[in-house]
Design a protein around this ligand. Structure first.
Ligand SMILES: Cc1ncc(C[n+]2csc(CCOP(=O)(O)OP(=O)(O)O)c2C)c(N)n1
Ligand SMILES: [Mg+2]
Length: 515
C-alpha cells in the first residue's frame, strides 16, 4: 500500500469520507488512490476557494471534517480566504496539501514555496508528514486536530514521495469533539450578575445558537429579564417557527452600541465581547459600554449549551422556553423588485428544513426578518468577513445534507469570487437554489467610503465600487456551467422564478435585478 492509499484509508477509518479537491502533479498518487478506496468521495472544485469553502459548509452541517486536497503553496494560497472563514467558524477541516518530493525541494523548482508560513495563520494544527511510516499516525492526528475542541483547520502537508512510497497499514481512530463541562464557578458568577437587578445582556454565539442552546438561553433571559442577543455572524444558527428567536448584533458599530446601551452586565455564552468590524475616526472599537462588567459563562472548549442549561437550573427558570417563534410568513409580494419585496418572496417560500447560506450582504438585509417565522431552518453566516464564501459553503452544505433544500443568498460582487462552485453543484447533482442579489455594485463599500471619512469620492473612486460597464449577466454565467437560470425584474417574476427554482431538482439560479 502506498502512502496515498494509506492516507485515504486512514481518513475513511476516522470517519472522513468526503474530499473536496483541486489537485496537481504532486497529488497524482492521491488522485489515483481514489479508485482503490471507493469509500472516499472525491469532489472536484475548479478553484481552491471553492474547495475550502465547501469543506467549511460540509463541516458546519455535519460537525465532522471533510478533507481538502490542494496543490502546494499556490493552491493553498488560493484557498486561504475561505480557510480563514472556516477558522473563524471553528469548523473542523482536514486540509491536505501536496508538496514536492522531499528529495526535490532543495532544487527550488518553480512551485516551491513556504507552505508552512501560508498555512499556520489559518490552521489550529499543522504537520508536514516526513516519512511514509509516519503518515497513518499523522492522518489520525490531523483528524483529531480538526475536531479540537474547538474545531478548526488541521493542515497536513504530504510530500509526493511520501505518497508514492510503501507506507504500511492504515491506522484507525474514533476522533470526535468532547466539549468540557463548565465549572460551577462560572455558572454561579453569571447567575449572580443576572440576579443583580441591574440591566444585563446575555450574548450567545458559536455552539449556543442551535436549538438546545437557544432554548436554555430563552429560559435564562425570561427568568431574569436579561436581554438576549446573538453574535453578528454565527457560523450556524437554528431559527424559525417553534425555536426561540434571538436578535443578532448589528454589523454597524452604531447599531451594536444602541443594542448594548445601558447594560451593566454582559454574560458571554460562546461569543466574544463585541468589537467594531473596522475602526472609524469617531467611534469606539470596543463596543461593550463603559461600566459594563463582562462575565464569560462559556468559551473555547466549553460545552456552551450545557452551561446555559446549568445556568437556567441554578436560576430556577421554568423548564421549557416560553418565547418560541410563532409560525408566520409574509404574503407573496407584488410590484417593484427591491430588497424588501425580495425578502418577502423568500419568506413566503422558504422550504421547511432549508439550509441558508447567507452572503446576501446589503441587499439581503431584510431576509432575516422576513424568514423569522418560516418553518425551522439553519442559517450560515460569513464568519470571517472574507467574501466569496456563499456559493462554496452552500455546495458543501448540500453534500452534507442531501435530503435538505439549500438556499444560497449571494450578492453580485461576492458571487464573482467563487462562482465556479455552480459547476460542482451540477456535477454532483446538489439541490442548491442560488439567488443572486444583483445591485450592480459593491454597495457596502459605497457606504463605508463615507463612514470612514474619506474625501468626497470622485469618478475614479466611484468606478472602483460599481460593477457595471459591462453589467454582469448571471443567467449567462450560470448557463455556461450547466445551471438552469432565470432573471427577475419585478416582485411577481421573482416569486414565480424562486418557486420554480426551489422545485427544480439539482441546482438552479435566479438573478434578482435590484436597481
Ligand atoms: C476576500 C475579500 N476581499 C475583499 C473584501 C472587501 N469587500 C467587502 S464587501 C465587498 C463588496 C461586496 O459587494 P457585494 O457582494 O456585491 O455586496 P453589496 O455590498 O453590494 O451588498 C468587498 C470587495 C472582503 N471583505 N473580502
Ligand atoms: Mg453588490
Amino acid at each position: 500500500m502506498n502512502g496515498a492509499q494509506t492516507l485515504i484509508r486512514t481518513l475513511v477509518a476516522c470517519g472522513v469520507d468526503v474530499c473536496f479537491a483541486n489537485p496537481g502533479t504532486s497529488e497524482m498518487h492521491f488522485v489515483a488512490a481514489l479508485d482503490d478506496v471507493p469509500e472516499m468521495r472525491g469532489i472536484l472544485g475548479l478553484f481552491e476557494g471553492v474547495v475550502t469553502g465547501a469543506a467549511d459548509g460540509y463541516g458546519r452541517m455535519t460537525g465532522r471534517p471533510a478533507a481538502t486536497l490542494l496543490h502546494l503553496g499556490p493552491g493553498l494560497g488560493n484557498g486561504i480566504a475561505n480557510l480563514h472563514n472556516a477558522r473563524r467558524a471553528r469548523t473542523p477541516v482536514v486540509n491536505v496539501v501536496g508538496d514536492h518530493a522531499t528529495t526535490h525541494v532543495a532544487l527550488d523548482p518553480p512551485l516551491t514555496s513556504d507552505i508552512e508560513s501560508l498555512a499556520r495563520p489559518v490552521s489550529r494544527w499543522f504537520r508536514s508528514s516526513g516519512t511514509p511510516g509516519a503518515l497513518a499516525g499523522d492522518a489520525v492526528a490531523a483528524v483529531e486536530g480538526a475536531f479540537g475542541p474547538p474545531g478548526g483547520v488541521a493542515t497536513l502537508v504530504v510530500p509526493a514521495d511520501v505518497s508514492w512510497q510503501e507506507a504500511g497499514q492504515p491506522a484507525s481512530g474514533h476522533p470526535g469533539a468532547v466539549w468540557e463541562p463548565v465549572a460551577e464557578d462560572a455558572v454561579a458568577e453569571a447567575a449572580k450578575a443576572l440576579r443583580s437587578g441591574e440591566p444585563a445582556v446575555l450574548l450567545v454565539g458559536g455552539n449556543a445558537v442551535r436549538r438546545r442552546g437557544l432554548a436554555a438561553a430563552d429560559r435564562v433571559a425570561r427568568a431574569t429579564g436579561a436581554k438576549l442577543l446573538c453574535e453578528t455572524f454565527p457560523a450556524r444558527m437554528e431559527r424559525g417557527a417553534g425555536i426561540p428567536p434571538v436578535e443578532r448584533l448589528g454589523y454597524l458599530a452604531e447599531f451594536t452600541i444602541a443594542q448594548l446601551q445601558g447594560a451593566r452586565h454582559l454574560v458571554l455564552a460562546d461569543a466574544l465581547a463585541p468589537v467594531s468590524f473596522f475602526a472609524y475616526p469617531n467611534l469606539p472599537g470596543y463596543l461593550v459600554p463603559e461600566g459594563c462588567e463582562v462575565h464569560t459563562l462559556a468559551a473555547g472548549c466549553d460545552d456552551a449549551p450545557g452551561a446555559l442549561e446549568a445556568l437556567a437550573e441554578m436560576l430556577g427558570a421554568p423548564p421549557s422556553p416560553r418565547g418560541v417563534q410563532v409560525a408566520s410568513r409574509p404574503d407573496r409580494p407584488t410590484g417593484a423588485l427591491n430588497a424588501q419585496s425580495l425578502a418577502a418572496a423568500i419568506g413566503a417560500l422558504l422550504p421547511e428544513g432549508a439550509v441558508v447560506s447567507d452572503e446576501g450582504n446589503t441587499s439581503g438585509l431584510f431576509v432575516s426578518g422576513a424568514t423569522a417565522g418560516a418553518p425551522p431552518h439553519d442559517w450560515l453566516c460569513l464568519t470571517g468577513g472574507a467574501i466569496g464564501q456563499g456559493l462554496p459553503l452552500a455546495t458543501g452544505a448540500a453534500v452534507a445534507c442531501p435530503d435538505r433544500p439549500v438556499l444560497c443568498l449571494e450578492a453580485d460582487g461576492s458571487a464573482m469570487y467563487t462562482n465556479q462552485a455552480l459547476w460542482t453543484q451540477v456535477r454532483e447533482s446538489l439541490d442548491v437554489t442560488t439567488v443572486v442579489l444583483n445591485n450592480g455594485s459593491y454597495a457596502i463599500l459605497e457606504l463605508e467610503l463615507s463612514r470612514v471619512g474619506a474625501a468626497d469620492p470622485g469618478p475614479r473612486a466611484k468606478s472602483m465600487l460599481e460593477l457595471g460597464h459591462p453589467d454582469l449577466d448571471f443567467v449567462a454565467l450560470a448557463s455556461g456551467m450547466g445551471v438552469p437560470a432565470w432573471r427577475a425584474t419585478t416582485a411577481e417574476e421573482f416569486t414565480v422564478q424562486l418557486e420554480r427554482a426551489l422545485s427544480t431538482p439539482g441546482p438552479a439560479l435566479v438573478e434578482a435585478v435590484l436597481r
